[in-house]
Design a protein around this ligand. Structure first.
Ligand SMILES: NC(=O)c1ccc[n+]([C@@H]2O[C@H](COP(=O)([O-])OP(=O)(O)OC[C@H]3O[C@@H](n4cnc5c(N)ncnc54)[C@H](OP(=O)(O)O)[C@@H]3O)[C@@H](O)[C@H]2O)c1
Length: 257
């Protein structure tokens, strides 16, 4: 039986991947901070007949991250699929904001993605098979914030890694969703209307499109037709226009021009 390691499976997109992979017959390694939620999910998935390991780790902590790297490097217990999903947002302006909060975005959404790919890729390449899905964002195509810059790193890095692993049998996908109905906005204290079905996607749809795109050999997956059009449009617009649009959006929130 194959094994998949998922970071951030205690809610949202990561939980969707964990449930989907378990139903596809994968054994799982689940990594996040909330032990109670991890154990609850592990118990549920074990009842479906798959083996589940739990690693309680704050991926922003280098020592705890190292434990996950060690697990990924273990040749006796190979990991066939890596889902780098854990992440969060913050609700503040960069200028005058708490720099440690900005740093934590990079510590959780950039460093672990790089280190866990570095730990997993050699074994996968040696075995001639495997898959890595790095959960990025449509924000990675838009020049907005530390969050969007961190996600831009994830999207670019994944493309480079896909090239580095071409012809090894290992596939790499950057998953770039727009708004998804998860705990993400609530956790960041971002109040936002979730009712518009054009822009708000359900987790199952996002996971299904990612799995389909991975199977098709795509390197970037943008779930939802509206978002594919948005990203295509953003490539056509000069960066300056995008920056002005963001200034306008912010000024509406802060009242400042
Ligand atoms: N929802 C959206 O609209 C949206 C859009 C684009 C991209 N994304 C991306 O999708 C990914 C998943 O987000 P989501 O929407 O599913 O949000 P979510 O429901 O809030 O889930 C986030 C997951 O990340 C884990 N996590 C957060 N910080 C962590 C840390 N320091 N160490 C280990 N695990 C940590 C959380 O687990 P614990 O709290 O148990 O540690 C949780 O399982 C993120 O990378 C996010 O940037 C989301």
């Amino acid at each position: 039986m194959s094994t998949a390691l998922v970071t951030g499976p205690t809610s949202g997109i990561g939980e969707g991947f964990a449930r989907r992979l378990a139903s596809d017959g994968y054994n799982l390694v689940l990594v996040a901070r909330d032990e109670e939620r991890l154990e609850r999910l592990a118990g549920e998935l074990r009842a479906c007949g798959v083996d589940v390991e739990v690693i309680v780790a704050d991926l922003g902590d280098r020592a705890q991250l190292a434990e996950v790297e060690v697990r990924l490097r273990d040749p006796e217990r190979p990991v066939d699929v890596l889902i780098n999903n854990a992440g969060f947002s913050i609700n503040q302006s960069f200028v005058g904001g708490d720099v440690e909060a900005e740093q934590s975005l990079i510590d959780v959404m950039v460093t672990p993605v790089m280190r866990l790919c570095s730990a997993a890729a050699p074994g996968m390449a040696e075995r001639g098979s495997g898959a890595i899905i790095n959960v990025s964002s449509v924000a990675s195509f838009l020049p907005f914030s530390t969050y969007s810059a961190a996600k831009a790193w994830v999207t670019f890095f994944s493309q480079g890694l896909a090239t580095a692993l071409a012809d090894t049998g290992v596939r790499v996908l950057a998953l770039c969703p727009g708004f998804v109905r998860t705990e993400f906005h609530e956790r960041a204290n971002i109040e936002i209307d979730r009712s518009n079905d054009t822009w708000w996607l359900d987790v199952d749809v996002v996971v299904q499109e990612a799995m389909d795109d991975l199977r098709r050999g795509k390197v970037i997956s943008i779930p939802g037709r509206a978002y594919r059009a948005l990203v295509a449009g953003s490539h056509l617009l000069p960066r300056d226009v995008l920056r002005r649009a963001e200034r306008l959006r912010r000024s509406r929130i802060t009242g400042r021009r």
